[in-house]
Design a protein around this ligand. Structure first.
Ligand SMILES: Nc1ncnc2c1ncn2[C@@H]1O[C@H](COP(=O)(O)OP(=O)(O)OP(=O)(O)O)[C@@H](O)[C@H]1O
Length: 250
């Protein structure tokens, strides 16, 4: 709890106000997000959970500036994404947002190391060698850096994608089912590492997950149902999460 340290002020890394997102029109109109208000605190690991179709991915995509909003506002730090043109939005994503998606989006012709440092180089930044080595060591990738993605297992590719997000030290990392493609041991290792990044480095992480076990790593679990906020849990157990999800009909 930030209140244990009086000099720490909890700031929102990401904020949404009155966020509505609809897809389609007429008979096929779907309200994916329905007037959502939410703040995601800096230096916390937040899990977004809820039944299938409740709007989790849509919330993450709107909050990350990957999808435009129908109405309402979204801030990353002090920047209102809804006021940005495409160029500025691309720059903001590049500089302030890290992504770990299920499709790892690694470039097949590049080595693991080149994939990890690509966003930094695109942003014109020089990799901090010490931090780079720390990240790849903790993720167990040190002896895999010269390999191309096809020469890596699914779990290793996922860890490369996580390293690529972490080396940027972005304001916030959005992770979509980060353990989805991993066996349970590797999944827990990855979550342990994300947890350490949050605790020791103040990294802000937001992940969408269906896994109550993964949610126990979170400081806070936000529950969505039918495109609306349906409650939250702090430092829940897997049973707490299961009970809350059952209450939402998941
Ligand atoms: N591109 C799209 N076009 C039309 N409808 C969409 C689109 N993307 C999402 N939706 C709809 O918006 C609603 C919310 O979808 P979303 O993917 O955010 O849910 P979710 O909670 O992430 O689901 P899941 O757990 O199944 O991945 C759903 O009804 C979905 O069908």
């Amino acid at each position: 709890m930030p209140t244990s340290n009086p000099t720490t002020v909890t700031r929102a890394a990401v904020r949404a106000r009155d966020l509505t997102k609809t897809y389609g029109s007429g008979d096929t109109r779907v309200v994916a997000l329905d007037h959502v208000d939410v703040e995601l605190a800096e230096g916390e690991l937040t899990a977004i959970m809820g039944p299938s179709g409740s709007g989790k991915s849509t919330l993450m995509h709107c909050a990350a500036g990957l999808d435009d909003v129908t109405s309402g506002q979204v801030w990353v730090g002090d920047t209102d994404l809804t006021t940005l043109d495409d160029t500025r939005l691309t720059l903001l994503r590049r500089e302030q947002v890290g992504f770990v998606f299920q499709a790892f989006n690694l470039l097949p012709t590049l080595t693991a190391e080149a994939n990890i440092t690509l966003p930094l180089r695109l942003a014109g930044r020089t990799p901090d060698r010490e931090w780079f080595e720390h990240v790849v060591r903790v993720l167990g990738l040190t002896d895999r850096l010269g390999h191309k993605p096809t020469e890596l297992s699914g779990g290793q590719q996922q860890r490369v994608a996580v390293a690529r997000a972490l080396v940027m030290r972005p304001r916030v990392i959005f992770a979509d089912e980060p353990t989805g493609a991993l066996d349970s041991v590797t999944g827990h290792e990855l979550l342990d590492f994300l947890r350490r990044c949050v605790r020791e480095l103040g990294q802000t992480v937001v992940m969408v997950t269906h896994d109550p076990g993964a949610a126990t790593y979170a400081d806070r679990v936000l529950l969505l149902a039918d495109g609306r906020m349906a409650g939250e849990l702090r430092h829940p157990t897997a049973d707490d999460v299961l009970a809350a999800l059952r209450g939402l009909g998941a």
